[in-house]
Design a protein around this ligand. Structure first.
Ligand code: BG6
Length: 477
């Protein structure tokens, strides 16, 4: 008689699980014109994605200073270490390394800054997880080349990757090619540096730009394997499960179609070719992409793991009368009548995380990495026993409930490498460019009007997360 081993699938987070936090350069660094940095799209987005970009930098752009991580990184990394972080996800500002994006040689001062960040992480035994491009295409590439609609960007991006891999390859094992690559469908300027307003952008140009990004991502993966055989390269997807609003089969098909728009990016990254449903979309909409034989070969260099952000789920319906648009992370959807929402209208759905993890794992059979999850909320700084803090029980509840569902997914057999909460230290919001939308375990004294001392304070969730990490999740309830 044979027996089944129940040891194969851990019932909880595996040993060596990478606990930590995540950020992006433009949302934390500040020093927007220091160290030889060029301008990026973020320098002309003072209001986030809510308004059209400005001509040039304006003083009301909170990201010019952000939380000044550029000058506070030692202090901030020490605080992460105090929480017991095993991993820290941050992005490299492309315009610090190549100020215009199309230069032949990189900016040494920019490279040296990330050397110092890596030194500090090493000192504290924290593993770096680097996003190569997180919503900050150099502005020059937008103004001169029309962003990712232009094939030339593939070469510029590859050159940028080569510089990063050669410089940091010995020290960085985990790399992500593009943040939330599928968001380009909804936010072409933010995600693809495409200057044409979304309403005027043709599907043809949009998908050609997407194709260029996908080829660039695959080329980066191939290059990483050549330069750093030990490295692991992941794609990064904005995960937002789509439920049918009702059991009506037409709603189920509408939800399936909406899911396809997002699955496509993971399918191509993991299977190395375009899926049938996307080719059908091209055929039905008269889209004819320029795809070379070399592109097809490039795309076969698939990723090692799939990383994703998860904040919420949405619904979809085939009934035009019910097609209300709710708020959401870059893309909204039809609101779910059974769920509560955050102060910014993002619907909270911890079980959706388990759903998405099972889905992705079954679909791609690649290890997963949750690289963003968290609650953006208004925090009130109070004084308790002479110490300033924030009593953020709402954040603790949100994170606890999501982590419990992540643990359920692990028990379901999903292979999960790690979990980094979004905005582990307060930062400037991507969608609204506010400071008041806070995600952190660490409060940063800076306000929406730019005032504040930039002092850092530990919130109640700081100690909560420290205990979660120390017990490898055993304190979750
Ligand atoms: C993700 C982005 O979409 O969501 C982050 O990768 C962003 O850059 C995060 O900050 C949260 O969104 P927001 O708009 O609340 O900052």
């Amino acid at each position: 008689m044979t027996t089944t081993s129940h040891q194969t699938f851990p019932a909880t987070f595996p040993e060596g699980f990478l606990w930590g936090g995540a950020t992006a350069a433009n949302q934390i660094e500040g020093a927007y014109a220091e160290g030889g940095k060029g301008l990026s799209i973020q320098d002309v987005m003072p209001k986030g994605i809510m308004e059209l970009p400005t001509e040039g930098p304006t003083e009301d752009n909170l990201k010019q200073v952000a939380i000044d991580f550029y000058h506070h990184y030692e202090q901030d990394i020490a605080l992460f270490a105090e929480m017991g972080f095993k991993v820290f996800r941050f992005s490299i500002a492309w315009s610090r390394i190549f100020p215009c994006g199309d230069e032949e040689t990189p900016n040494e001062e920019g490279l040296a800054f990330y050397d110092r960040v890596l030194d500090e992480l090493e000192r504290h035994g924290i593993e770096p997880l680097v996003t190569i491009s997180h919503y900050e295409t150099p502005l020059h590439l937008v103004r001169t080349y029309d962003g990712w609609t232009n094939r030339e960007l593939i070469g510029f991006y590859e050159r940028y990757c080569r510089v990063l891999f050669e410089r940091y390859g010995e020290r960085v094992k985990y790399w992500l090619t593009f943040n939330e690559i599928n968001s380009v469908i909804h936010a072409p300027f933010l995600s693809g540096g495409i200057p044409t307003p979304k309403e005027q952008l043709s599907q043809q140009d949009l998908y050609q730009a997407i194709h260029h990004e996908l080829v660039a991502s695959a080329r980066a993966t191939r290059l990483a394997r050549q330069i750093m055989p030990e490295a692991k390269v992941g794609c990064m997807i904005l995960a937002m499960p789509v439920y049918p609003l009702t059991p009506d089969p037409s709603d189920v098909v509408a939800a399936m179609d909406a899911e396809h728009a997002n699955y496509a990016f993971g399918d191509i990254h993991c299977r190395g070719q375009y899926p049938g449903y996307l080719l059908r979309h091209f055929r039905d909409n008269g889209i004819e992409l320029e795809i070379t034989d070399q592109d097809r070969e490039d795309l076969t260099h698939t990723v090692d793991f799939v990383s994703f952000s998860y904040y919420m789920s949405i619904c979809e319906t085939a009934d035009p009368a019910k097609k209300a648009q709710g708020a959401g992370n870059i893309m909204g959807g039809v609101p779910n009548p059974t769920l509560e929402a955050s102060e910014w209208g993002w619907q909270i759905d911890p079980q959706g995380l388990r759903v998405v993890m099972n889905d992705y794992w079954e679909r791609w059979q690649k290890p997963l990495f949750i690289v963003e999850n968290g609650l953006g909320a208004v925090d009130e700084l109070v004084e308790a026993d002479g110490v300033k803090t924030v009593v953020d029980d709402y954040r603790i509840a949100y994170l606890n409930d999501h982590l419990v569902q992540a643990r359920e997914a692990v028990a379901d057999g999903v292979q999960l490498l790690g979990y980094t909460t979004w905005g582990c230290i307060d930062l400037v919001s991507a969608s609204t460019a506010q400071m008041s939308k806070r995600y952190g375990f660490i409060y940063v004294d800076r306000n929406d009007d730019g005032t504040g001392t930039l002092a850092r304070y530990r919130k109640k969730s700081f100690d909560w997360y420290r205990q979660v990490i120390a017990t490898n999740g055993a304190t979750l309830q």
